[in-house]
Design a protein around this ligand. Structure first.
Ligand code: NDP
Length: 316
């Protein structure tokens, strides 16, 4: 069985940044790409808020540059999915990872960078218009809708935050809430209600995203009266939550009740020795490429320190 000092799971900004640091520290990292190499950023268009790109860069191009940078220092990038893990609780003991249900590898340290996935409604029209008016990130894409009317769907803190963020850029924001109340915290709800250009449509569900090549509106239905109406809009923001991609670690590592891995405050350390969690797999607040990259760096530096402290490994 192959044995490695450092295995990184996931190739978003957190994973690649961890790889750059780990490779430069001679940890000879192996990184497994998962099913979506490049992560969530490969589904966005322009990234304008990552420092160092004054003209902006497309998500896929940025991830390609990160990949090249990780490779330049000798990261072994492998196309494969980690399908099972046996993470050890004993300091200095190997962790076992199964790749694509077939190959097993042992790792002295593991950096989890599996990210999260935005939840979508699952409508065909929503899928068709992804990146052409449909987005799951107002901070990433809101700027492109400056001066245009938009619709936000959701009733939690994310939806409240996205609606108020967009209300600063857009003349009108329509918020679709499927019940007669929001799930968001009181303060966030008040913020939404006090924003003049946000209209809340209660008990309202999305029937279809309208438009040919780009979004032109949203057909909605009141689930109490059955009444349908078309709302003109150029942007459709889905804010119904994210799901961290952490199912394979369930029962092995401390997580909160929504599946986010718990790290010790100010670190990437988990409750398991030699296992570090970075990026959106452990962050439900910020979820930005730059914060993911920052925690990726932390994970690699902590892995390096851990490996120095546990040069002699124990066979499990
Ligand atoms: P939540 O799970 O809290 O809320 C999801 C919302 O989307 C709910 O209102 C839910 O409705 C609605 N929803 C779910 N599925 C559908 C659907 N198919 N159609 C229409 N609406 C749907 O997710 P969030 O992302 O808002 O928040 C996740 C966590 O992150 C929370 O703990 C939140 O507090 C936290 N957070 C904190 C922030 C902060 O502190 N600044 C910012 C953002 C998030 P229903 O209520 O009917 O189930």
């Amino acid at each position: 069985m192959e044995k490695h000092d450092c295995v990184i799971i996931g190739t978003g900004p957190a994973g690649y940044t961890a790889a750059i640091y780990a490779a430069r520290a001679d940890l000879n990292p192996i990184i497994y790409t998962g099913l979506e190499p490049g992560g969530q950023l490969t589904t966005t268009n322009e990234v304008e808020n990552f420092p160092g790109y004054p003209q902006g860069i497309t998500g896929p191009a940025m991830m390609e540059e990160l990949r090249q940078q990780a490779e330049r220092f000798g990261t072994d990038i492998r196309f494969g999915m980690v399908t099972k893990t046996e993470l050890s609780k004993i300091p200095g003991e190997y962790h076992k990872l199964t790749i694509d249900d077939s190959t097993e590898v042992l790792a002295k340290s593991v950096i989890i960078a599996t990210g999260a996935s935005a939840k979508y409604l699952g409508l065909e029209s929503e899928k068709k218009m992804m990146g052409h008016g449909v987005s799951a990130c107002a901070v990433c894409d809101g700027f492109f809708y400056k001066g245009k009317d938009v619709v936000v769907v959701g009733g939690g803190d994310t939806a409240a935050e996205e609606a108020t963020y967009l209300a600063k850029l857009c003349p009108k924001v329509t918020l679709l809430v499927r019940r007669d109340q929001m799930r968001a915290s009181q303060i966030m709800q008040q913020r939404v209600e006090n924003t003049e250009n946000i209209e809340i449509l209660w008990n309202t569900e999305t029937v279809e995203v309208l438009g040919d090549k780009t979004v032109s509106g949203v057909r909605v239905r009141n689930n109490q009266t059955g009444e349908e109406q078309d709302i003109p809009a150029e942007g459709f923001f889905v804010a119904i939550g994210h799901k961290p991609n952490t199912d394979i670690f369930k029962g092995q590592i401390d997580m909160d009740d929504t599946g986010y891995i718990i790290t010790k405050p100010g670190t990437a350390s988990t409750n398991l020795p030699g296992v570090f969690a970075t990026g959106d797999a452990q962050d439900k607040i910020y979820r930005q490429a730059i914060t993911a990259a920052g925690t990726g760096c932390m994970g690699a530096l902590e892995a390096e320190r851990y490996l120095q402290e546990h040069e002699e490994m124990v066979e499990s």
